[in-house]
Design a protein around this ligand. Structure first.
Ligand code: LRH
Length: 489
């Protein structure tokens, strides 16, 4: 059975054709495209119509290659949205979560609804770009779009709407807004009311694995293709990635590794304790009513931005070159907290890393290799810290860590992670989100029974790279230095 998954990441998107034969899944990438945000005036936007165009290109290519996909689905990064007007028109271009419009707004929201109450009602970690603060920004500026809007659709909801004409909100993404209440299993309208944000725009929530519509006639006519069902999978890419973790154990720890690093475990119920709040952990909805107890770590964004900064000055490096130079650079010279807010916005990352090291009295990394080494080591050390927090909050203990996503192409990072943890890392599959997207479509179509059968199919279909820990003492000493730097305990 052939089906199509579209996985949109913060820097690129891809279309994968999945084929399930005798319990084995094979995938073929049929289209890949950049996802370049666009700065217009003071605002950083997503180029949403270009993304729609690329999705159509993927559908067309599948058709031209002679495949007859039986369904399709889209997943993407979380929190961002578009507003649709009463006549079905898109009201303005969706804004990028790294836009500065939400700066300082979390604190302002807490003056009306205390932070602990927001957490108790939603279970979501505090990130300045959560949809709650984005909508609050619109409300504060008396946005015409917000006033006129009839529907609030998150990025995959919106693209699905363009393809099918149906307006529905998918559960896994809805939970990331920070106004979904997992205890009531519904939008938290009361929370929005307290902040003066309208909630009539919120649509019916559909669970991952629901067939929500089919390609509408205008799309089929334009592309010259037959109509196929469009499925709502775990449309939050992290939800899809975790669905594809090939664990045998029910209790497993994962790191979804891409632009962001998302590290945590799957739980049956959200963990809404004071401890979870204090550690700023999140509970994001997943497939089969599960939750992901995890923490966002800044991830390879920092490396991507370094590369962009060097490119601007005429030095273009391939990722592999940077990783190789990092490998050659001296170990454990300087560290950063990858989650320091200075690293969040786009900009001159090498300079910010150097400033951080200067301000903390550490040697200043000069060469690209030294800078990237500092980032990769610091990420691995942060993973160790967050894994320990995950164990504490969940009461579970983990023998090793599953890594999925494009970041596992960075073998040095995988090895550093195993070293820092002192436990094995099982890396694979690389296309975690797209594969999770395919698996949930197969569940929707009745070809796979449930998520655990899906995970065993991943195990049987894709190789795992195992990284055993090395240099235990050196990494343990590095962890002590790093945690002193961050003043942890
Ligand atoms: C990863 C991701 C993550 C969110 C962020 C906005 O792509 O979806 O889970 O926190 O993007």
């Amino acid at each position: 059975m052939n089906i199509l998954a579209f996985d949109l990441g913060a820097s690129s998107g891809r279309a994968l054709l999945g084929r399930l034969v005798d319990g084995k899944l094979t995938v073929e990438e049929i289209h890949r495209f950049p996802n370049d945000p666009v700065q217009a005036g003071e605002t950083l936007y997503w180029d949403i119509l270009r993304l729609l165009h690329e999705i159509k290109q993927g559908l067309l290519k599948a058709h031209q290659l002679g495949y007859k996909p039986e369904s399709m689905a889209i997943d993407s990064w979380a929190v961002d949205f578009g507003l649709v007007g009463p006549n079905g028109e898109l009201l303005g271009n969706p804004v990028h979560y790294r836009d500065r419009r939400t700066e300082g707004l979390m604190e302002e929201v807490f003056q009306t609804v205390p932070q602990s109450e927001v957490f108790g009602r939603t279970g979501i970690q505090f990130l300045p770009f959560n949809t709650l603060y984005q909508l609050f920004a619109l409300k504060k500026e008396a946005s015409v779009s917000l006033r006129e809007a009839d529907s609030f659709l998150m990025i995959p909801d919106l693209l699905r709407y363009f393809l099918t004409g149906e307006r529905k909100n998918e559960f896994s993404n809805a939970t990331t807004t920070q106004f979904y209440n997992p205890t009531k299993n519904a939008w938290d309208n009361g929370l929005l009311e307290q902040l003066g944000i309208p909630h009539h725009l919120l649509k019916e929530i559909v669970m991952p694995g629901t067939i929500v519509g089919k390609l509408q006639p205008s799309v089929c006519k334009e592309l010259g293709i037959p109509s196929i069902p469009v499925v709502a999978v775990a449309e939050h890419d992290t939800g899809s990635a975790v669905a594809a973790v090939p664990s045998v154990d029910k209790d497993f720890a994962y790191l979804s590794c891409g632009t962001w690093s998302l590290l945590g475990t799957e739980v049956a119920e959200p963990v809404l304790t004071e401890e979870a709040l204090a550690m700023n952990f999140t509970n994001e909805g997943g497939v089969d009513g599960t939750y992901r107890l995890l923490k966002n770590i800044m991830g390879l964004w920092i490396v991507q931005e370094c590369r962009r900064a060097w490119e601007k000055t005429g030095h273009s490096y391939k990722f592999e070159e940077l990783v190789e130079e990092a490998n050659q650079a001296p170990a454990f010279r300087s560290f950063i907290d990858p989650d320091d807010p200075v690293f969040m916005p786009p900009g001159d990352m090498p300079m910010r890393i150097q400033d951080y090291c200067r301000a903390t009295g550490q040697p200043i990394p000069e060469s690209p290799g030294a800078i990237i080494r500092c980032v990769l080591e610091s990420l691995a050390l942060k993973y160790k810290y967050v894994l320990a927090c995950t164990e504490q909050l969940s009461g579970k203990s983990f023998k090793g860590l599953h890594m999925v996503g494009g970041g596992i192409n960075n073998k040095l990072l995988c090895q550093f992670t195993a070293n820092a943890l002192g436990r094995p890392v099982w890396a694979g599959p690389v296309e975690g989100s797209a594969i999770g997207n395919l698996l949930v479509q197969y569940i929707a179509l009745g070809a796979i029974q449930n998520i655990w059968e899906a995970r065993s199919i991943v195990r049987d279909s894709f190789p795992l790279d195992v990284y055993e820990p090395e240099a235990a003492e050196a990494w343990s000493a590095a962890y002590t230095r790093w945690s002193n730097l961050l003043k942890l305990q």
